[in-house]
Design a protein. Structure first.
Length: 196
């Protein structure tokens, strides 16, 4: 159980701050937390739910990080919203949406038109190996770049060397070269000083 300092609310106090948090003028009260979860289930995005309740994304993230029970309720609300969106997407892809044709200011025709693009996205999401992935899949760009660079760098450097290019030295290589040059100059000065 989280110890509370004086001035902190508990979950029973709907106008007080959430458990473990101090009372603030713009505080995230228990009532606001409930409204937030409802808004998140309805709209599906944190930014929209924050706007409805009147809190910042930072406040939400802080509460989500510190309260596992609240974080779990938010994950459940997001899944609920995602289910509604998937159902709507399936309906648009198969049944279609009303499309109104207006000519000379009058409604000429209303027809239902399924969305081929939505159907393609649903198919790609359900079986990416078969239909190709969607653009929403995350790619580790750094790893991809490193792989490409490891493959191409030797070929490019070989071509450049054939044209007379010499690679730039990194900091450690420059330092080592500078020390060699300084040592050679020091040796030369000693020899010249001893001869004269």
């Amino acid at each position: 159980m989280v110890k509370r300092k004086s001035g902190e609310g508990d979950e029973g106090d709907r106008d007080g701050p959430a458990a473990g948090f101090r009372r603030r003028r713009d505080g995230f009260t228990a009532a606001k937390r409930e409204a937030f979860v409802v808004a998140l289930a309805r709209y599906g995005t944190v930014s929209d739910a924050c706007r409805v309740v009147g809190i910042s994304d930072t406040t939400f993230r802080r509460h989500e990080k510190r309260d596992a029970e609240f974080a779990g309720r938010c994950r459940k609300a997001k899944r609920e919203a995602a289910g509604k969106l998937e159902t709507l997407a399936w309906e648009r892809a198969t049944v279609g949406a009303d499309e109104t044709l207006i000519r000379d200011g009058a409604v000429v025709q209303v027809k239902r038109k399924p969305s081929d693009a939505m159907l393609r996205l649903l198919m790609q999401a359900s079986e990416p190996e078969r239909y190709g992935g969607t653009m929403g899949r995350r790619v580790d760009v750094k790893a991809l770049r490193a792989d490409i660079e490891a493959e191409l760098r030797p070929k490019i450097e070989a071509e450049l060397r054939a044209r007379g290019w010499r690679p730039k030295l990194n900091r450690a290589e420059r330092h080592a070269l500078r020390q060699k040059v300084e040592q050679a100059l020091s040796d030369l000065n000693r020899r010249l000083g001893g001869d004269g």
